[in-house]
Write a protein of this length. Structure first.
Length: 247
């Protein structure tokens, strides 16, 4: 685990210079990975929650939290049991805290500038089986992660003046009307009325997802008053309120 921590170029990650300290993230993650008692866990948490991945005094989250998410999950899953609650607790705080203006997004593996919460959530969904196995704590963390949904358009057709998009939904889009932001060719645009037309369904039984992956159920969304040409294949939709989160 220590090698994985060192493999991240923490200094290259953006963050408010007066609040974010890359070296603190490294020391904190390593300390938590090696912790075997409550005192060591508390010291590690103090580092990570103050100028590490969070700034606890102002309830702010840094972009480093997205890079730290899979490492914290590794610690929770493979580290000493005494560190598990703290690792998961930090992930929960990272989802709930707001980023500072100018440091609200990171580029994901698809090259999309996603809000920090939407960058952290997929790592949690990728460990669904592990988190579910933890009981109430893990399920609660998953439920929070699933509110940061992501929809990728595979096909879009016209229907009664609306666009009906078929694609892959990660997370959970609740019933009702929602605002969303679209990501296409590096541009971000807004949608005012998105609803779940059909609930997600798995096209065929799938094996347990590998680490850093998640199930990809098919779903259908209706976008009111839009033309299919505005939602070509490859367009990604994310919750608009996640993009609006700022400290």
């Amino acid at each position: 685990m220590l090698e994985e921590i060192d493999a991240v170029d923490w200094a290259s990650l953006p963050g408010r210079p007066d609040r974010y300290e890359p070296a603190v993230v490294v020391r904190g993650l390593k300390a938590l990975a090696e912790a075997v008692d409550l005192r060591q866990v508390a010291e590690a948490r103090s580092r990570l929650a103050d100028r590490g991945i969070l700034h606890g005094h102002s309830a702010a989250v840094f972009p480093a939290a997205a890079a730290a998410a899979p490492l914290l999950l590794d610690i929770a899953q493979h580290g000493h049991p005494v560190a598990r609650g703290t690792a998961l607790g930090l992930l929960g705080e990272a989802l709930d805290c707001y980023p500072y203006a100018g440091y609200t997004r990171v580029t994901d593996h698809d090259g999309i500038a996603v809000p920090l919460c939407c960058a952290i959530a997929p790592h949690l969904r990728a460990r669904r089986a592990f988190l579910v196995g933890l009981g109430k704590t893990g399920r609660s963390l998953l439920a929070d992660a699933d509110t940061h949904w992501r929809f990728e358009v595979r096909e879009c057709v016209a229907d009664s003046g609306d666009a009906v998009a078929f694609g892959i939904l990660a997370g959970r889009l609740p019933d009702g009307v929602h605002e969303a932001e679209t990501h296409r060719a590096g541009a971000i645009a807004g949608l005012s009325e998105v609803t779940l037309e059909y609930p997600p369904t798995a096209s065929s039984p799938e094996p347990e997802p590998e680490p850093e992956s998640e199930p990809k159920p098919e779903a259908c969304l209706r976008v009111t008053g839009r033309h299919p040409a505005e939602l070509p294949p490859g367009t990604v939709l994310l919750p608009a309120d996640c993009g609006d989160r700022v400290h």
